[in-house]
Design a protein. Sequence first.
Length: 111
Amino acid sequence: MVSQTEQKFLDAALEIFAEKGYKGATTRIIAQKAGFSELTLFRKFKTKENLFNAVLTHNIEKVKADMAKALEANTATDEKVFLTTLITDMAEIAEKIMTSYCYLVPRKMTP
């Protein structure tokens, strides 16, 4: 479990890394976006690389938790129903991820 401060850094870092890439993202911009000083960021994560790894790990853990919940809730005894339900649940998890981060993906302007 991460602290509220760490969560703010993780959320800000995810957005900035997605927008600017690893090299373009600065710890100063991430700290500003999170509402804290750069010094606080370094106290929590030590390095930019550690922060990046924490963002990846945190989001992978969220997906794993969602998958575990879906598997636990799937009580179908028929194999076909079980697999159909599992695939549907996986698609919903993927859609949730895409919806959560769709603002990070540049959109084409249509005429």
